[in-house]
Design a protein around this ligand. Structure first.
Ligand SMILES: [Zn+2]
Length: 316
């Protein structure tokens, strides 16, 4: 039996979270420390290694670290442990990460994109359990995606697969940050939902949201629960667009589960029921019947437990 420690690291522009995770997905112990990204990559790598060492020292017993998995918001070359690009981390373009960390820590280190490790976390220990082919969609500032096919992250030829946010749902729609028109990110993200509400308010729609100073998904959800028609419409429209994109994925891959996470997913069934309805209408009948759309279960810890699972499965 492998009683080594597997550690997941959730590396963000502001904080580093590291956790030792059991083989059942339980976080045995977790620590959080500032990333201090402005002090450059060597400093951040030292801080990651320090966090992993502190974590393993805080756990009783003499288990060795079997491996460390790291999720990072950026484009990653998994095989070479290289970060191509991380928008929130200064100096991380084309940065070699894992060789330096492996030398500091004396154990295998594996790096992947944050959306991929979150998908893996939900697959292994959350709302994706029991499914073989799964898509994770994260609705937040942007729209992220991660594909688990045959129980493994599907990365594509250059580790870019799973970019669900840039599927177009309206070829004449809003221009996305990627340059394309009508990406789902422009409709089902916080920005997309708030923009829709603002446009309707500017056009004179009656709504309790008119008195809200700063529109956020939380405020819109609050008013939706209280029956405000515009607030409900905003989520339903986001869910409808989400369903258009999910129907394409269902037709292409015949996946069995879509796990929806991120802050916007707190609006729950307002969004998910609209997406389910659209998928039932749009996808091919067998594809539509095969796929279940559910809410994520692990919240912010999906990335951390998924990163640990990645390290554990890479070692076996
Ligand atoms: Zn795009």
């Amino acid at each position: 039996m492998d009683n080594s420690l597997y550690i997941g690291v959730d590396l963000g522009g502001t904080n580093i979270k590291a956790g030792a995770v059991s083989d059942t997905g339980r976080i045995i112990h977790e620590i959080e420390t500032a990333t201090e990204a402005d002090q450059g990559p060597p400093h951040v790598l030292d801080r990651i290694a320090g966090a992993v060492r502190d974590l393993s020292a805080s756990i009783p017993g003499d288990a060795e670290i079997g491996g460390v998995g790291i999720g990072i918001p950026g484009q990653i070359d998994v095989k070479h442990g290289l970060c191509h690009f991380a928008p929130n981390m200064k100096g991380w373009d084309e940065l070699s990460v894992t060789p330096a960390l492996e030398e500091k820590l004396g154990c295998p280190v594996i790096l992947d994109n944050d959306a991929n490790v979150a998908a893996l976390g939900e697959y292994a220990y959350g709302a994706g359990q029991g499914s073989l082919h799964m898509l994770m969609v994260t609705l937040g500032t942007g729209v992220g995606g991660g594909l688990v096919l045959d129980g493994r992250i599907f990365r594509g030829v250059r580790d870019l697969a799973g970019e669900f946010g840039h599927m177009s749902v309206d070829y004449n729609g809003f221009v996305c940050s990627c340059g394309r028109k009508g990406c789902i990110e422009e409709y089902a993200s916080i920005r997309g939902i708030v923009r829709m509400v603002r446009e309707k308010l500017d056009a004179g729609a009656e709504s309790s949201l008119r008195s809200v100073e700063k529109l956020t998904p939380r405020e819109i959800y609050h008013d939706a629960v209280n029956g405000d028609a515009l607030a409900i419409e905003a989520f339903e429209r986001a869910g409808d667009y989400l369903g258009i994109a999910i129907a394409d994925v269902a037709n292409l891959l015949n996946i069995e589960r879509v796990v929806v996470g991120g802050g916007v997913a707190n609006a729950g069934d307002f969004i998910l029921n609209a997406a389910r309805k659209r998928v039932a209408q749009d996808a091919l009948p067998v594809a539509a019947k095969s796929v279940e759309i559910v809410r994520a279960e692990l919240g912010n810890s999906a990335g951390l437990v998924g990163a640990a699972y990645l390290a554990r499965t890479a070692a076996s």
